[in-house]
Design a protein around this ligand. Structure first.
Ligand SMILES: *Cc1c(COP(=O)(O)O)cnc(C)c1O
Length: 441
């Protein structure tokens, strides 16, 4: 199926010189892209339409979105249910500031989240993106101790975690390409490796020594699966033991479920695999299914209570203008409704099984170093050396795009995290393109 970009010709803004150039050329004049070295980067692809698991570019080419546009649009692009929910909401109430005011979509969303979040979660704080959800979580933890008259300044985090691009989030992140230039300006962090089945005791011992020698305020982690690190998984049992140790030492545990949340690991949240509930949970990305930037930082009653006082300044004085945007809340409500619909549950189970059988067919291939599956995530480490932002990695990316498949390899790790609504045929095509890589590279 091809889609021609008729809209461009009808667009009244497309006059004279502008009309002669395509999107990716016009883009170059004024736009500065994220995660991009503009001196050497290829032109961005102009996308004109998206529906279900498919994207169409301005040249009429079609791509299967194999990573749900950074783990967001799990119910498919331009989902009719979510679109309708936002449309209704914008005709009723577009926006009102959230300090001193409240509204139905936010209240309803808080009620709806409480039905599915781990049972110790009690309060919802709203932000507008993943990084600021983490930033709020870290500030909550630091101020919680401050309010109690304790000076605690050290964060504990996993070695190659990723938590976002604001300063607190960068501090907790362990990937140097993102935060290297800012190292001198970051919060104090002690790092531990992720616990694997055979290293749990070692990591626990490391944590003991960090707790004994530092004034630890919080432990920030991506539970079970680290996205940006290359879809690396770790032991739920090990993480559970780390959380228990931290909580016994009065250290606040912050689960970054921005990538893992809303069904991707097989359960609603990765935290559902744990016995010890995190004190704070951060959600974004699939929260609004790609329709609107919104995030939440939820917390236990104990954390919230740490801010109650007759003294005004003990409250949490953190706000973003677009906190709890009604349109984002409406999108989130519709998304959560879809998450537990029979159709989506069926698709999630299908993708899990399909990933497992695909993993079996390629696991012995000489170009495959390791295959991992968790929920709707499959990650394949290729037996090919590749730099994270190197030439070979870029060739791999283009190889997939040339075959109409959008995958974004992280170095030599190819992962698929498709929208739940991907069709069986589309998923087969994604697998086939990976098989072609194994025969070609
Ligand atoms: C994407 C992501 C973030 C940052 O969210 P933004 O909305 O991009 O700021 C933080 N943590 C994890 C695990 C993520 O995947």
């Amino acid at each position: 199926m091809k889609f021609s970009s008729l809209q461009d010709k009808e667009n009244p803004c497309s006059i004279n010189s502008i009309a002669l150039k395509n999107l990716s050329e016009r883009d170059k004049k004024h736009i500065w892209h994220p995660l991009t070295q503009h001196q050497t980067a290829a032109s961005p692809v102009g996308i004109v339409r998206a529906k279900g698991a498919l994207l169409w570019d301005e040249g009429g080419n079609e791509y299967i979105d194999g990573i749900a546009s950074w783990y967001t649009c799990m119910y498919g692009h331009s989902n009719d249910t979510i679109t309708a929910a936002i449309t209704n909401q914008m005709q009723q109430l577009d926006f009102v500031m959230f300090s001193g005011f409240t509204h139905e979509p936010a209240v309803q969303l808080s009620e709806s989240l409480m039905q599915i979040l781990p049972q110790n979660q009690a309060k919802i704080f709203f932000n507008d993106n993943g990084s600021t959800a983490i930033e709020a979580a870290i500030k909550m933890a630091l101020q919680y101790h401050h309010n109690k008259g304790r000076k605690k300044a050290t964060l504990i985090a996993f070695e190659d975690g990723f938590h976002g691009d604001t300063f607190g989030a960068m501090s907790a992140s362990g990937l140097s390409s993102y935060n290297g230039p800012f190292e001198d300006f970051l919060l104090k962090v002690e790092r531990i490796p992720t616990p694997q089945e055979d290293t749990i005791e070692q990591v626990l011992a490391q944590l003991d020594s960090i707790i004994a020698n530092n004034d630890c305020a919080a432990f920030v982690f991506e539970p079970l699966a680290q996205g940006a690190a290359g879809m690396k998984f770790h032991s739920a049992k090990g993480l559970d033991m780390l959380i228990e140790k931290c909580q016994n030492a009065g250290i606040i545990c912050i689960a970054d479920e921005i990538m893992t949340g809303f069904g991707k690991t097989g359960k609603n949240f990765a935290s559902d695999y744990l016995d010890n509930n995190p004190d704070i949970i951060c959600l974004s990305k699939a929260l609004t299914a790609g329709m609107f930037p919104l995030s939440i930082t939820s917390c236990s009653q104990a954390i919230f209570d740490g801010f109650l006082s007759e003294e005004v300044h003990k409250g949490f004085f953190h706000a973003h203008t677009y906190s709890a945007h009604p349109l984002g809340c409406a999108a989130a409500l519709a998304s959560i409704h879809l998450l537990s619909s029979p159709e989506i549950i069926e698709r999630r189970a299908y993708i899990e099984e399909a990933h497992k059988s695909f993993a079996n067919t390629i696991t012995e291939h000489p170009k495959v170093k390791e295959v991992r599956c968790l929920g709707v995530i499959i990650a394949i480490d290729l037996n090919i050396e590749m730099e994270r932002y190197g030439n070979l990695r870029d060739q791999l990316y283009r190889f997939f795009m040339d075959r109409g498949v959008l995958l974004r390899p992280l170095g030599n790790t190819v992962y698929v995290l498709p929208p739940y609504v991907i069709t069986n045929e589309q998923l087969e095509k994604v697998y086939h393109s990976i098989q072609e890589v194994l025969e070609t590279f």
